[in-house]
Design a protein around this ligand. Structure first.
Ligand SMILES: [Zn+2]
Ligand SMILES: [Zn+2]
Length: 246
């Protein structure tokens, strides 16, 4: 927590952004306890985050506005329209600030179909590994293009194949669609996450799983070099958690 430098908010649904106040306050408390300076943490989020966090910052029992510095995901997207020289330079400066602070060479976002302003993310490290995160998203061509040849894709897999219609209605992916996105972008590894409550801690395993697909849990830590081992856990996990299914 003391080393936390940035928080990326993919979209404004409470399971994705609500915890930020607690994180900011806990981080501040910890830094104070350690006798360290409380530098604001970078928060990179869509434009709807700004009014929300300002309001919550004012209403919150403690003032959180000084604990973060807000950046817009728009500043990490390609330009849609003509932009002035001044806007272009400002955007470059923002990008440079964020990438330098995080030890990255690239930090890019793209719009994905889910709710207004929902984005996915690509980051590339100085050591040249790259990571793509879908946020919540239906099947997204934008994300496939953004993540071309990445090392790791972290993709939501909310619904099973039987719930295809629900996936369409709520703009989420099924497990197979998430795996397909990884295949289409030629990701070296796909890590599935964000499973429907119905399935508990694991997704519905099916035939689209292969040796480049693993399952993630909250707080799980895995080295890039260990990713190829993860698929070995798929079958044991299925056996272990199948009784939890509703
Ligand atoms: Zn969502
Ligand atoms: Zn969600």
């Amino acid at each position: 927590m003391a080393k936390l430098k940035a928080i990326y908010i993919s979209h404004l649904h409470i399971d994705h952004h609500m915890g930020i106040c607690t994180v900011l306050l806990q981080r501040r408390n910890l830094l104070q306890r350690l006798g360290l300076e409380v530098e604001p943490v970078m928060v990179i989020a869509g434009r709807f985050m700004s009014p929300w966090i300002q309001t919550i910052g004012e209403d919150f029992i403690e003032d959180i506005n000084s604990l973060f510095e807000l950046f817009s995901t728009n500043d990490f997207m390609p330009d849609k329209y003509w932009v002035s020289n001044r806007q272009r330079v400002r955007k470059q400066l923002v990008q440079r600030h964020v990438t330098n602070t995080l030890g990255l060479t690239e930090f890019r976002t793209t719009l994905v179909g889910h709710c207004r302003g929902a984005t996915g993310l690509l980051l590339r490290h100085k050591k040249n590994w790259s990571l793509v995160y879908s946020g919540d998203a239906e099947y997204s061509r934008n994300l496939v293009a953004l993540g071309k040849d990445c090392d790791v894709l972290i993709h939501e897999a909310t619904f099973s194949e039987e719930e295809k219609d629900l996936a369409v209605l709520h703009k989420h992916c099924t497990t197979s669609q998430a795996i397909q996105v990884g295949q289409e972008m030629n990701a070296k590894f796909t890590l599935l996450t964000h499973f429907s409550q119905r399935y508990g801690r694991v997704p519905e395993f099916n035939d689209s799983f292969n040796d480049k697909v693993g399952v993630a849990h909250d707080f799980m830590r895995v080295r890039l070099t260990d990713l190829p081992l993860l698929p070995m856990f798929n079958h044991p996990l299925e056996l272990l958690f199948s009784s939890e299914r509703n």
